[in-house]
Design a protein around this ligand. Structure first.
Ligand code: ATP
Ligand code: MG
Length: 183
């Protein structure tokens, strides 16, 4: 699964629709302090199902919605779309046969989030599971937050183990086992 495009609308500082194309290989995001580099990464984490306000550096989930700035009124919703190339057919079932996956998350102020995959409304869980086996996802160690390295060094062994499991691509198995046990 190759990330191709990230589209942010009303998300944090990205009040106007902003599209970022992600080419194969290493991608760098550069710019002056406060220009929105971390917000881009948070947009990526958010669309993959991040569900803690803290991970988004906010008090509540609605804090990801553009709050208004320099004469521009606040927005009532935010949306992030992630386009994924699935030409290699690596996406798990039931998405394996789709050549392209369009994952989107939208939040309306006071009303929570809705997720879609290729236009069809799905649960947050479905989006999280889509990424869980690809060593990526909202909690992926591939996305390193500012200050996260020092947290990692100070972490309890159990928490460090969770990070290693995520990197090893087995955390999706835990989630699926948990789901199976609930049924
Ligand atoms: P640094 O180089 O300091 O790490 P950065 O490029 O990572 O900076 P970000 O932290 O991504 O910058 O962006 C911070 C900017 O985003 C601030 O100007 C902040 O006001 C703005 N911002 C964050 N959340 C919102 C929001 N909900 N509405 C409007 N603006 C927001
Ligand atoms: Mg930053």
């Amino acid at each position: 699964m190759q990330f191709q495009r990230l589209r942010l609308v009303g998300f944090k500082s990205f009040v106007d629709p902003t599209e970022l194309f992600i080419e194969p290989g290493l991608t760098g995001v550069v710019g002056p302090n406060g220009c929105g580099k971390s917000n881009v990464l948070e947009g990526l984490r958010w669309v993959m199902g991040a569900n803690s306000a803290k991970a988004m550096r906010g008090q509540g989930m609605d804090d990801v919605i553009f709050a208004g700035a320099s004469g521009r009124p606040p927005r009532s919703h935010a949306e992030v779309q992630l386009t994924i190339d699935n030409a290699a057919r690596r996406a798990p079932q039931p998405f394996t046969d789709a050549a392209v996956l369009e994952v989107s998350r939208r939040i309306d102020r006071g009303q929570g989030s809705t997720y879609r995959i290729n236009g069809k409304e799905v649960r947050a869980r479905d989006v999280q599971l889509l990424f869980a086996d690809a060593s990526t996802g909202a909690n992926s160690p591939a996305l390193v937050r500012q200050g996260q390295i020092s947290e990692l060094i100070a972490a309890k062994p159990q928490n460090r183990r969770r990070i290693l499991e995520e990197a090893g691509g087995v955390s999706g198995l835990h989630t699926r086992r948990h789901e199976a046990e609930l049924r």
